[in-house]
Each structure stands twice: as structure tokens, then as C-alpha cells.
Design a protein around this ligand. Structure first.
Ligand SMILES: [Zn+2]
Length: 326
């Protein structure tokens, strides 16, 4: 039986159930939070708030979320364990990797493969050693193993830092078999850069989700990547700033009509708490929450002719196939 690592241990892929492939629990800036803790407020209240929000998500029928919160996004697994232990009917898959649009974090800036090779170290790229250990040994002594690898590429494109992380993620995937999710900016067609780097590294596109694919309505671009074997993350429902609810949903409808139901996965990219945004500013995104897909997106898709089988494919079968190995 193929299994997926979750916060509370391995789960059979057949038991994942309805799965949102990209939801955060917390997105934080630890360096700022450690020095300006008033913003975060009371730890107990934050944990209780997350338990409430994720319990409501589980009550909506969702059984699994993948939380791609990695270095650069404030990953802290002991807090996620506290939450997971109180929401037992929701599996939480956590991730390893590094989130940057430009440079590697300063931690890695001078710890280069060249320096480490000169020092005679076995694995020249420190990120490969760290990501691989998160997957095989567990994260920071918690015993929780990462079930997903994550990197990012955005409007600055394939900068040297972005490429270094992406290749480290690819190598960690090849060493462990752990699948990959990539934050992309499809408006500038960076899936093509991902495609080239992953091909050079020998990664099967069937092991890679191109996250945030739903940020574009460029169906030709998305269908080409899906045809190449990538998974399309239609995973930002509710973030209707540069797009609209209808544009996001209609893109899914169109891709379903064109035969790409079996290449799409769904999510909101929501969080219980994200310190990147002034809390009052979130009022402009009333649909950006864990319940939006069930409450509003799925009814809209059904109205537009997407069948129950197609919805089950995107929510249940595709995540299972992805974790089974593409
Ligand atoms: Zn995200």
C-alpha cells in the first residue's frame, strides 16, 4: 500500500479522501515575530483559532491538506503538531524546501557547493542534505517527515538563487521519491522554465504540481503543460485581486471540457494566520478561506456542467494518483 507522510504519521494514499493540495496553517516571518511579538499575540489563542478553522474545514468533508510552508514561510512543526493533535479527522502533509523569488537566504549564500566541495563534504549542496533529511529522518527532531518538496519561481524569473533551490529540490526528489510542488507565476509562463530545469535534472513531470496555475486564464499555456505531464494547481480560489471568481472557475470548466480533468488539483492557498498582510486588509478578500471551494466554487462548476465524477477526480483521485507516483 503506498502511503503519504502526515503530521500524525503515514496514511494510505487510498485513505486521503478529498484533498486540498495547497493550504497553509500559518505563514509567518520568524525573525520579525521573535523581535516584535505583539503582532502575533497569544500563542494559545492562535493555536485555538487554527483548530477552529481546520475543524470547520474537516466538517466540510475535506480529509487532507498539503501545507507547503517551508524555509522562507516560517515553518515550525511543533506548533503544527499541537494543531494536528486537536483536528484528528484532518490529515496534514507538511513540506520541505525553500521559498524565494530571487536570492537564496543568507544562510546558504556562503555555504556554496564550491566551498563544501573544498571542505571535502559528502553532499556539496547543503539544501539537498537538509531537504533529504527532512524527508527520510524527520524534521528538527519532531519525528514528523515531510511529504512534499517545494520551491518557487515568480516574476523575476529563473534567477541564480531560484535555479539553485529548484535544482536542490529536484535532486532531493530523485534521492527520496518525495513529490514536488512549485510556486509559479503562470502569467509570465514560468512553467516553461520549470519544465526545462526538471527535464535537465531528470524529474518526471508527473511528480510535479505547478502551483498557482489557476492565476491565469491562458488555457493554451496550461493545457500544454498538462499535456507534458505536469499537474496543474488550481489552488488559489478566493484570491481574487488580479482576477475574478468567475475567471478562476471558468478556467477549470474549460480545462475539464478539453479533457484535462485528470491533471488538475484544487485548493485556496489560504492560512489560519498570515503575517504578511495587515489583518484589516483581508476584508477585501472575503472568499479567501478554507470553505470557499465547497460553498461556492463546486456549486458554480456543477452549474457549468462539470460532473460529480470530474469533481471527485480533482479532489480525491488526482491527489491519490499524484502521491502514488504520477
Ligand atoms: Zn502557498
Amino acid at each position: 500500500m503506498p502511503t503519504v507522510e502526515t503530521v500524525l504519521g503515514p496514511v494510505d494514499t487510498a485513505d486521503l479522501g478529498p484533498t486540498y493540495m495547497h493550504e497553509h496553517v500559518f505563514v509567518l516571518t520568524p525573525d520579525v515575530q521573535q523581535n516584535f511579538p505583539d503582532e502575533w499575540g497569544d500563542e494559545e489563542e492562535r493555536v485555538a483559532d487554527a483548530v477552529t478553522k481546520l475543524s470547520a474545514l474537516a466538517a466540510s468533508g475535506v480529509r487532507t491538506i498539503v501545507d507547503p510552508t517551508v524555509i522562507g514561510l516560517g515553518r515550525y512543526i511543533p506548533r503544527i503538531q499541537r494543531v494536528a493533535e486537536q483536528v484528528l479527522d484532518l490529515n496534514i502533509v507538511v513540506a520541505t524546501g525553500c521559498y524565494t523569488y530571487q536570492d537564496v537566504p543568507m544562510f546558504f549564500h556562503y555555504r556554496t557547493p564550491e566551498v563544501r566541495t573544498l571542505l571535502g563534504m559528502e553532499e556539496p549542496e547543503p539544501m539537498v542534505a537538509m531537504f533529504t533529511a527532512d524527508i527520510t529522518d524527520g524534521i528538527a527532531g519532531t519525528g514528523v517527515r515531510a511529504g512534499m518538496l517545494k520551491c518557487a519561481i515568480d516574476t523575476p524569473g529563473l534567477t541564480p538563487g531560484v535555479e539553485r533551490v529548484m535544482r536542490a529540490v529536484a535532486k532531493s526528489h530523485l534521492a527520496t521519491g518525495c513529490p514536488i510542488t512549485v510556486h509559479t507565476h503562470p502569467g509570465t509562463r514560468q512553467g516553461l522554465d520549470v519544465q526545462r530545469v526538471m527535464a535537465e535534472e531528470g524529474v518526471d513531470p508527473g511528480r510535479v504540481v505547478l502551483g498557482h496555475s489557476g492565476d491565469t486564464t491562458d488555457v493554451d499555456h496550461l493545457s500544454a503543460l498538462a499535456t507534458a505531464g505536469f499537474w496543474l494547481g488550481m489552488d488559489r480560489f478566493g484570491i481574487n485581486v488580479e482576477t475574478t471568481f468567475e475567471a478562476r472557475a471558468d478556467t477549470v470548466v474549460e480545462l475539464c471540457a478539453q479533457g484535462f480533468t485528470d491533471r488538475m488539483v484544487l485548493a485556496h492557498d489560504a492560512a489560519c494566520y498570515i503575517d504578511w498582510i495587515e489583518p484589516d486588509a483581508l476584508a477585501v478578500l472575503p472568499q479567501w478561506n478554507y470553505l470557499h471551494i465547497q460553498a461556492e466554487v463546486l456549486p458554480y462548476l456543477r452549474e457549468k456542467g462539470v460532473t460529480e465524477d470530474q469533481i471527485t477526480a480533482m479532489l480525491v483521485d488526482n491527489p491519490r494518483r499524484f502521491f502514488d507516483g504520477g
